[in-house]
Write a protein of this length. Structure first.
Length: 135
């Protein structure tokens, strides 16, 4: 018989809360002293946990995008009030962070944030049909 599992609701909630505010799974698991392989085993063993994990990741993406938008607005709004112009390097850095955030969101949640368009072709009668094209 192996050692007892660390699995408990408080620990899991701490991990899920961290994910929901945009932290990486790697950093959250490190904070609670749980390795990735153990977490994966829990995800396979507890179906509800997998669903909660997916939701927390979605929430974290929303949080991160919102945080980035707030940062951009804050920098854009504070500049005119202070009478100072934003440095070009600051503008480029903000632009880079925004692009990175949107790219990451498109990879982590492609259905919601991805650029891919999809077309389904079919017919109502459920009979076969043929599509041809040539160059």
């Amino acid at each position: 018989m192996g050692r007892p599992s660390k699995y408990n609701k408080e620990l899991v909630m701490e991990v899920l809360k961290g994910l929901a505010v945009g932290r990486s799974i790697r950093s959250v698991l490190k904070d609670v002293s749980v390795d990735w392989e153990t977490w994966r085993q829990w995800l396979m063993k507890y179906p509800d946990l997998r669903e909660q994990y997916s939701q927390a990741k979605e929430d974290g993406i929303e949080w991160s995008l919102s945080e980035m938008n707030d940062l951009v607005k804050e920098n854009a709004m504070n500049s005119p009030e202070s009478g100072k112009k934003l440095e070009l390097s600051t503008v480029k850095m903000i632009e880079t962070f925004m692009r990175n955030s949107h790219w990451l969101a498109s990879k982590l949640s492609a259905k919601k944030y991805g650029d891919k368009s999809q077309m389904n072709i079919g017919n109502i009668e459920d009979t076969s049909f043929k599509i041809e094209w040539s160059k």
